[in-house]
Design a protein around this ligand. Structure first.
Ligand code: ZN
Length: 378
């Protein structure tokens, strides 16, 4: 183990019990849409549960500090979400469940599970900032990066990462935080919460116009004191291993070095994975492992290794566990390695050199445009 204080892993069985949805994929049932035999929304417990199960089978749990956390308190939630949203959510949850916002159904008790999901992220960040763990992974569910203060959307019911950051700030633990969102969808919630602030750098790399359909443009750079502290990197469908690593090396890592955060938080979705049913990228388990290693290195350089990954999307029941396990292997230095059983087939299905050259030009344009305004980074 290379990390003296170890890697924390924060999870709770109850997060797998968040249930909702008269949906087939993202289509509401009814009319011509037949209910699925199993599951509703792509955001169902299976991807997360299978990752947790694989960790048990591989034995990596023995190399991690496995722990739970208290739910985020009402006070924690109120730093981000208005009281009337929380009241409505709680009342509907107590009354048997329902749906607020867009594609965010929940069953009875969904409010408490969402607060628990935020609590896992909060505890993980607090422990990282206090130095109680070297780095950490929070298997939060429901996810959070799409959630606006008063409008849940995209399977996200509470803004887990923002709740965690502001709870840490209230404790006097958080200075400058960088959020790197590699979920395949735009991190519109985190962006909106921090758009006019310079104490949190938000970077989102995402498939252009996947979800949401009206946010995530490169031109959205923040406003007021936050100008320059929001970076969107929209990428074309088909971007794979080489493209993601080039984005990291040429945009994300230089932006982090320029901002000099006190900690790095990753909105860790695995839906840029090659088998994801609702996105069209070609990342592999190795892509996520290498990106984790890159961030560990820059975190060592800038902020004593303080790095937290908070689980977001990722909907391939088969492949997400291998991607997640790879990330945890790198994060913890564990030698309980689970080889990607699809490694050879995903390698052969990567974009060709002409596509990567085309993408490289777009990355160059973005990197150049950003360096022009690098001095405005808070
Ligand atoms: Zn996503």
């Amino acid at each position: 183990m290379s990390n003296p204080q170890g890697t924390g892993f924060y999870w709770d069985e109850r997060c797998f019990w968040h249930a909702g949805g008269n949906y087939a994929m993202t289509m509401p049932l009814g009319g011509h849409v037949q209910p699925l035999a199993a599951g509703g929304l792509p955001e169902n417990p299976e991807t997360k549960r299978r990752l947790r199960n694989l960790m048990e089978v591989s034995g990596i749990t023995g190399d991690l500090r496995m722990q739970g956390a208290p739910a985020a308190s009402r006070e924690d939630l109120l730093r981000i979400h208005p009281q009337d949203y929380l009241d409505k959510f709680k009342a509907m949850s107590d009354a048997g469940g329902g749906e607020l916002g867009l594609r965010t159904p929940f069953a009875q008790g969904g409010y408490e599970i969402a607060a628990l999901s935020a609590g896992l992220a909060k505890q993980a960040l607090t422990d990282v900032l206090r130095g109680d763990v070297r780095n950490a992974y929070a298997l939060s569910r429901p996810p959070g990066h799409h959630c606006l203060p008063d409008w849940p959307n995209g399977f996200c019911l509470m803004a887990n990462i923002a709740i965690a950051i502001e709870a840490a700030r209230a404790e006097g633990l958080a200075g400058r935080i960088a959020v790197v969102d590699w979920d395949v969808h735009h991190g519109n919630g985190t962006e909106a919460i921090y758009y006019d602030r310079d104490d949190v750098l938000t970077i989102s790399m995402h498939q252009e116009r996947n979800y949401p359909l009206d946010t995530g443009d490169f031109e959205a750079r923040g406003e007021g004191p936050g100008l320059g502290c929001n970076i969107n990197i929209p990428l074309p469908p088909g971007t794979g291993h080489t493209g993601y690593l080039e984005v990291m090396e040429r945009i994300v890592l230089p932006a982090l070095r320029s901002y000099r955060p006190d900690a790095i938080v990753v909105a860790c979705g695995f839906d840029a994975g090659i088998f994801d049913p609702i996105a069209r990228m070609l990342c592999t388990a190795e892509t996520f492992g290498v990106m984790t290693g890159q961030l560990m290195q820059v975190a060592d350089e800038l902020c004593e290794g303080r790095l937290l990954l908070v689980h977001e999307g990722g909907y391939s029941e088969v492949y997400v566990p291998f991607c997640g396990h790879r990330v945890l292997e790198v994060l913890s230095g564990s030698d309980h390695v689970v080889p990607d059983p699809m490694a050879s087939t995903v390698a052969i299905r990567q974009p060709n050199a002409r596509f990567d050259a085309f993408l490289s030009e777009q990355i160059t344009e973005m990197a150049e445009a950003l360096s022009l305004s690098a001095e405005t980074l808070g």
